[in-house]
Ligand binder design. Sequence first.
Ligand SMILES: [Zn+2]
Length: 140
Amino acid sequence: MIKYNLKCKNKHEFESWFSDSKEFERLRSKNMIECVFCNTKSVTKSIMSPRVMSKEQKEKENRSLKEIQKIRKDLQKMRKFVEKNFEYVGDQFPREVRSIYYDKRKNKNIYGNATPEETEELKEEGIELTTIPWSDNKDN
Ligand SMILES: [Zn+2]
C-alpha cells in the first residue's frame, strides 16, 4: 500500500491509498480518481509528505533512554552493595535461605541464584526475597 497526497485543479488536497504507484496511474488514466471535495477528475499527485519524527517524540525517546541508563546505574550500585555486604552462596541459595529462615539464631545476608520455581516456593513459605535484575558486567 502506498499513500499519495493528491491535489485537484482547484487546489484541494487530500490523501488516498493505492496498492502501488501503477494502480494510481491506471485509475487516473481511466478517470477514476476524483477530488473528494469538488469531484473533478483533474487530480494530480503532489509530493509525498516525508515521515518526520516530531521534536516532542525525539525528546520522549531521549528521556526514556536516560531513564534506562539511570536504572542501570542504580542496579550497578545495588549490585556493588550486595557484593560487598552479602555472602554469595550461588546455587545453594534456596537451601541457605531456608536454614537462615528456620534457624533464627543465624543472621547473615546472603545472595545467590534461584530459579523462578524456587523463588515461588520460598515466597509461599513466607520468606521475603528481593529479586535483582543482575545485569552482566561485560557491557559495563
Ligand atoms: Zn477539488
